[in-house]
Design a protein around this ligand. Structure first.
Ligand code: PLP
Length: 363
């Protein structure tokens, strides 16, 4: 079976370093807070070219806390893409704010024109998602934010290390959030997340909100949450961060192989922007009879995934939502999306097999 993801194989390759890192945390009983967390926060801020990094419990909390730190007017509108994981929109509701869905472009990232058309006097923030590992059109988005005085949080859960016009994603907005869910390009051995920012005031607020609203042990200035990246996860992430660029390079090799060699006319390959570096968290193709192709691949020993089967506005959770998104590209193509296996776990003969079966497939 060609695996979609193989975390066991990844672990086997770095086992000694990971085991030692975990043992060190236990020896030092640095389970919550402490030097391993501090080291990771410093390393990850440096990696993102930002001044600050705050480790938190997961990528969803990261979004919730980042939004909270911005003190946006109650019930104001936050623009999110229609094609994302529900965490992006959930965070908006959890903060007592109103979700406004924007459409995505052919490259599946949020469409700046759609954003602009949705701005009202109540709009307070935009959350672009660097979906599948491809940066959003940050120049246009930051331009719109400046013109209308809006805040920007980059949901970077799928794009650790990607760049837009030579600049690291995560360093454009007021804040950026990351997930270290195990299957992410940089994944922990459990849940984990981070917020990065260049703004010291926002850094202090996020750090406080993530840790019971405290500025020191028993000085709780406000109520907050318990959302912390624990010492073991931080130590594991410190090891894995050293390999991230190598793994991204391999993801790009595989993506380029797919892009050059998948010739089946029924398959729509992903559109890649120029002047960016993609980190290919996912390699998503489009095909009319997606479920049949998925089954055919499975029958031939190839795993695949779907991201996401139902566009956010069409989810049951948003039945209450009155915005009409029926004409959105995102809402029409969700039934056609299929994610092919990608990752440093794949051997060349495996990606050749993927291409060969896809090229042989007919509708
Ligand atoms: C785009 C996006 N945002 C947010 C999240 C939430 O991250 P987590 O699962 O760590 O809460 C995810 C993870 O699945 C994601 O893909």
């Amino acid at each position: 079976m060609i695996k979609f993801l193989d975390l066991k194989k990844q672990y086997e390759n770095i086992k000694d370093e990971i085991n030692l890192a975990i043992q060190n945390v236990i020896n030092d009983t640095a389970f919550v807070g402490g030097k391993y967390l501090e080291k990771f926060e410093n390393n990850f801020a440096t990696y993102c070219d930002t001044k600050y990094c705050i480790g938190v419990g997961n990528g969803t909390d990261a979004l919730q806390i980042a939004l909270w730190s911005l003190d946006l007017p109650k019930n104001s509108e936050v623009i999110v893409p229609a094609n994302s994981f529900i965490a992006t929109s959930e965070a908006v509701t959890l903060n007592g704010l109103k979700i406004v869905f924007a459409d995505c472009k052919e490259d599946y990232t949020i469409c700046p024109k759609s954003i602009k058309s949705l701005i009202t006097k109540n709009t307070s923030c935009i959350i672009p998602v660097h979906l599948y590992g491809q940066p959003c059109d940050m120049q246009e988005i930051m331009g719109i934010a400046k013109e209308y005085d809006l805040k920007v949080i980059e949901d970077s859960a799928q794009a650790h290390g990607a760049t837009y016009k030579g600049q690291k994603i995560g360093s454009f907005g007021d804040l950026a959030t990351f997930s270290f869910y195990p299957g992410k390009n940089l994944g922990a051995y459990g849940d984990g997340g981070a917020i990065v920012t260049n703004n010291q005031e926002l850094e202090q607020k996020c750090r406080m909100y993530a840790n019971h609203g405290r500025s020191s042990k028993f000085a709780h200035e406000v109520e907050g949450l318990n959302s912390r990246l624990d010492g073991i996860q931080a130590a594991i992430l410190n090891v894995k961060l050293n390999y991230l660029d190598l793994w991204i390079k391999r993801r790009n090799e595989i993506a380029n192989y797919y892009l050059e060699n998948i010739t089946n006319k029924d398959i729509i390959l992903p559109t890649i922007k120029s002047d960016i570096t993609h980190v290919y968290h996912l390699f998503v193709i489009r095909v009319k009879n997606r479920d049949e192709l998925k089954q055919y691949l499975q029958d031939n020993g190839i795993q695949s995934g779907i991201h996401y089967p139902v566009a956010l506005p069409k989810l049951e959770a948003y039945n209450y939502h009155t915005q009409n998104c029926n004409d959105f590209f995102s809402c029409k193509v969700d039934s056609e999306l299929l994610s092919l296996p990608i990752g440093e776990h794949l051997e060349n003969d495996e990606i050749e097999k993927v291409v060969s079966f896809i090229n042989k497939y007919s509708l």
